[in-house]
Write a protein that binds this ligand. Structure first.
Ligand code: AMP
Length: 382
């Protein structure tokens, strides 16, 4: 029998960024209280919840978090293993640390994905530039060299386009103690993702597949329904369900995939937390990914994930904030003409640095084309 953490209880969060903020906003509406542990004073989550200002590996602060919380969760995946172990000893951490251990390392992650019955791009570990050259000859070019740990938003990656690049690619990414993996390049038609939730009592629900468009390796758009066949959406959702079950997930797992027009699906990456490509659920689904996360870790029944409206989520980066605020401060004739409702979310970050994720807009519409039409018309994202 799993533990039920009822509304009114306090949920502790490792990390105080935008993902924690949106979990706190959804959970507060249900009556939960939140406390974040984050080193940045007045963090995005600290603005809407209590905050302990300290480093993530500060043992005293982690103890205080444990003392104040009925349950502890996290909003980023690079949680220090030692801190996780200590929190598990001192408090209730239903997500455990096994899934973090798996997803913090690309080789372990790929093995787990394959064990769950999904396909990944052909890959192998490389320990020298000679091994890399042999792999490049086997996989053909282009192929992708990645660090096994620590990469995000395309960092720690090198697309090798010819054998001449092997030496430089290897020397650039190889550092003491970092393992490297090389993957065959998948010529995909679309990038999609599915977010699944599994609760402490084993119930699993998946959200509708999102079609994701990246610009400079940063998510730009999530389009839902994804412009893929129903068959492929169902298969992607089935794979995410299987991964959540086989990996004993508690909370959310985002499953990123490459979709080929031939019908093939390759799982690229997992993220054991709320995901940028699930922000569309906030207004477009009956239950948001953030509410679902709270339900899952608190042992409540999971919410209905039905899509209520077509939607396009567009990310707001530092350079978009000012023009967007001008735009939303005036009557929007284009929105009225297209019949779309743009919903603004800003994360409360002070410095609107170029390419920093500052917020997003969920554009609700009768069709994804109307939502995309509004985004084009604003000329904010050109
Ligand atoms: P990742 O950090 O693994 O999510 O990769 C970042 C982006 O690089 C992905 O969203 C893809 O657009 C691209 N990419 C990564 N791996 C591959 C691959 N094996 N084949 C084709 N594109 C890839």
């Amino acid at each position: 029998m799993s533990k039920v953490i009822k509304p009114g209880s306090t949920i502790g969060m490792l990390g105080g960024g935008q993902l924690g903020r949106m979990v706190a906003q959804a959970g507060s509406a249900m009556g939960y209280r939140f406390v974040a542990l984050d080193p940045t004073p007045d963090s995005p989550m600290g603005q809407v919840a209590d905050q302990i200002v300290a480093a993530y590996n500060d043992r005293e602060a982690a103890k205080e978090l444990a003392g104040r919380s009925a349950v502890i969760t996290y909003e980023f995946e690079n949680v220090d293993a030692e801190v996780a172990a200590m929190l598990m000893a001192e408090s209730y951490v239903p997500q455990g640390s096994k899934l973090l251990f798996t997803t913090q390392h690309r080789l372990r992650e790929k093995e787990a994905i394959e064990a769950a019955g999904a396909t990944v791009a052909p890959y192998c570990e490389v320990r020298s530039s000679e091994e890399l050259l042999a792999a490049v000859q086997r996989f053909g070019t282009p192929c992708v060299l990645k660090t096994a740990t620590g990469g995000y938003d395309g960092k720690g990656q090198w697309v090798i386009r010819s054998e001449e690049e092997v030496e430089e690619a290897y020397n650039t990414l190889a550092k003491a103690g970092v393992q490297l993996v090389v993957e065959q390049f998948i010529r995909f038609d679309k990038e999609i993702s599915v977010i699944a939730a599994r609760s402490t009592n084993g119930e699993v629900k998946v959200f509708p597949a999102a079609e994701n468009i990246h610009v400079n390796n940063i998510l730009h758009l999530s389009i839902v329904p994804a412009r893929i066949s129903d068959e492929m959406s169902k298969e992607a959702e089935r794979l995410a369900f299987a991964i959540a079950e086989k990996l004993d997930v508690v909370g959310l797992i985002a499953v990123e995939m490459f979709a080929q027009s031939s019908g093939e699906l390759y799982v690229n990456e997992l993220a054991p937390r709320p995901h940028n490509s699930g922000h569309y659920t906030m207004e477009a689904c009956r239950t948001s990914q953030f509410e679902q996360h709270v339900r899952a870790v608190c042992g409540l029944p999971l919410g209905d994930t039905t899509l209520m409206s077509p939607v396009v989520m567009v990310n707001v980066l530092g350079q978009h904030v000012e023009p967007l605020l001008d735009r939303i401060s005036k009557p929007d004739e284009a929105a009225a003409a297209l019949g779309v409702a743009p919903k603004l979310h800003l994360y409360g970050k002070k410095d609107a640095v170029h390419n920093r994720k500052m917020g997003h807009v969920n554009v609700l519409a009768d069709t994804v084309d109307a939502a995309l039409g509004w985004i084009d018309e604003t000329k904010l994202w050109e």
